[in-house]
Design a protein around this ligand. Structure first.
Ligand code: AMP
Length: 171
């Protein structure tokens, strides 16, 4: 089995000085590595009842649909503003400078649906906690919050309350 960390490219000072960027495109293109990521995430949630996997634009879209397929669940995209055509619910969250907004279709999550929220990287936790609140506002039950990579030193999981958090790789 490939060592997944060896397949992730670290790019210093991207997108700005001081940020060490974890580039997962080098993992995605590796057939054995890509298979292993999906298989390991699938195994993690195999015994958790999950109706929907919510993926966060953009890099969450690489993983969430594959996991949804593997688990026999549906996939729901959470998108940047103005992309979804029907009625949306939105959430604003703080960035280092200013704010950003994410949207989901109002009818995407049936009240009581068990939802897995998935993204590529857990950094400060602002993005994932915003999406968790969006899912809960629509009546979804957050069954788990999953990541391929967690940056432990940023302690993003402290923003996710008592939710079940799983990350495949830790830095
Ligand atoms: P945050 O809201 O701080 O947890 O940031 C999470 C989002 O930013 C994820 O969707 C990641 O795609 C991206 N991100 C943040 N930091 C990094 C990093 N060092 N390398 C790659 N992606 C990152």
């Amino acid at each position: 089995m490939p060592d997944l960390k060896s397949l992730i490219r670290e790019v210093p000072d991207f997108p700005k000085p001081g940020i060490n960027f974890y580039d997962i495109t080098t993992l995605l293109k590796n057939p054995a590595g890509w298979r292993q990521v999906i298989d390991e995430l699938k195994a993690q949630y195999a015994s958790t009842p999950i109706d929907l996997v919510v993926g966060i634009e953009a890099r969450g879209f690489f993983f969430a649909p594959a996991i949804a397929y593997a688990l026999g669940a549906g996939f729901v995209p959470v998108r940047k503003p103005g992309k979804l055509p029907a009625a949306t619910e939105s959430v604003e969250y703080a960035l280092e400078y200013g704010t950003d907004r994410l949207e989901v279709h109002k009818d995407a999550i049936t009240p009581g649906a068990r939802v897995l929220v998935l993204d590529d990287v857990l950094a400060t936790g602002g993005t994932a906690s915003a999406v968790v609140s969006l899912v809960e506002r629509l009546g979804g039950v957050v069954a788990g919050v999953g990541f391929v990579i967690e940056l432990d030193f940023l302690n993003g999981r402290s923003k996710l309350g008592s939710h079940e958090i799983f990350s495949l790789l830790h830095y």
